[in-house]
Design a protein around this ligand. Structure first.
Ligand code: TYM
Length: 328
């Protein structure tokens, strides 16, 4: 059975973009693959975190995974830092990655420009991601388009390592979309940027644990255009295209079907339907989340995930050490 893996940072705020870009794809395909989903807490500490908040966010994200429909019987669910081999393998891979490759990463360039003093971890972040993936000989990695460059680097690292030390890693495929659509969920107020928890204007960002009224207000006041035609054209109609993409991702309707459905209707009517759909999905998730958050189930699931993945990761780490001539 082919393997599928993804991870999310426990950033406290999980957005509709995170859900549609990664979690939903995992849920829809969890039957077909041997599936791994983890909490990327080691990635979170590349920027400053409050330890108490971070621990709370980790637990909340696990509950959110389950509430979104990630099935613990069909997925290995674990916390990255509880499997120490991720960081160990990352170091070995770092020594097979060039500074030039890392400093060229768009996310690094963006984030490092925002701060004068940033951690070395912000630079080496994609190598840890490569380790997360390559340890398990993963076939496919569902992520949003913003992570595609990092996955390409993971492929390059794997290919280089295989050439240098002999066949060691499977070469993973990024899966931005199972149907070939690579559109990122955009900010509702500024559709030229992705919807992101770090956006300054929170009016443009929908959070999975947000209340219905607030979601409706945000969608109803989303930026559109003066054309009054619901069709997908991200270049000329970024706001409407973003809403169409959201509606399509949730309902599984094609852009053309949506265009037909809203022919002759105004943007207000369209936005109301988008809001209804988003609220329907988000309310279902919230209802489950509230039941799960205080259950003992979570610890059991995490123990199992940790023990299972640690075994695989240890074997890979030992293999790498042997190939690289480390230890005795
Ligand atoms: P993170 O936590 O920033 O985002 C989690 C996932 O959500 C996707 N995403 C989006 N998709 C569509 N539209 C958006 N607006 C949007 N915003 C975020 C991201 O592409 C991602 O798939 N480094 C990763 C976590 C990670 C990982 C990995 C992922 C660590 N190791 C190995 C895959 C494989 C990150 O910080 O994602």
């Amino acid at each position: 059975m082919k393997k599928m893996l993804t991870g999310l940072q426990p950033s406290g705020v999980i957005t509709l973009g995170n859900y549609l870009g990664a979690i939903k794809k995992m849920v829809e395909n969890q039957e077909k693959y041997d599936s791994y989903i983890f909490i990327a807490d080691l990635h979170a500490i590349t920027v400053t975190q409050d330890p108490v908040e971070l621990r709370k966010n980790i637990k909340n994200l696990i509950a959110l995974y389950l509430a979104c429909g990630i099935d613990p019987n069909k997925n290995k669910i674990y916390i990255q830092s509880e499997n120490e081999y991720h960081a160990n393998v990352s170091w070995l891979l770092e020594c097979n990655t060039y500074y030039g490759e890392l400093s060229r990463m768009t996310q690094f360039k963006d984030k490092s420009l925002k701060h004068t003093n940033f951690s070395a971890g912000l630079l080496t972040y994609p190598v840890l991601m490569a380790a997360d993936i390559l340890i398990y000989d993963v076939d496919i990695v569902p992520v949003g388009k913003d992570q595609k460059q990092h996955l390409e680097l993971a492929r390059d690292i794997a290919i280089r390592f295989n050439k240098k030390y002999g066949e060691t890693f499977k070469i993973p495929e990024p899966v931005i979309s199972f149907d070939g659509n690579e559109f990122l969920v955009k900010d509702l107020q500024n559709p030229s940027i992705k919807m992101s928890k770090s956006s300054e204007n929170k009016k443009g960002v929908i959070m999975l644990l947000e209340d219905a009224d607030s979601i409706r207000k945000k969608i109803m006041s989303a930026t559109t255009d003066s054309e009054m035609s619901v069709h997908f054209d991200p270049k000329n109609k970024p706001g409407i295209s973003n809403l169409i993409h959201i509606y399509s991702s949730i309902t599984n309707k094609t852009y053309d079907e949506i265009k037909d459905e809203f022919k002759g209707k105004n943007y207000g009517e369209f936005k109301k339907c988008v809001a209804d759909e988003v609220i329907r999905v988000v309310s279902e998730i919230q209802e489950k989340y509230n039941k799960i958050i205080n259950s003992d189930e979570i610890d059991k699931i995490l123990d199992e995930g940790r023990d299972y993945t640690r075994k695989i990761a240890k074997e890979k780490y030992e293999l790498l050490k042997e190939k690289m001539g480390l230890g005795r």
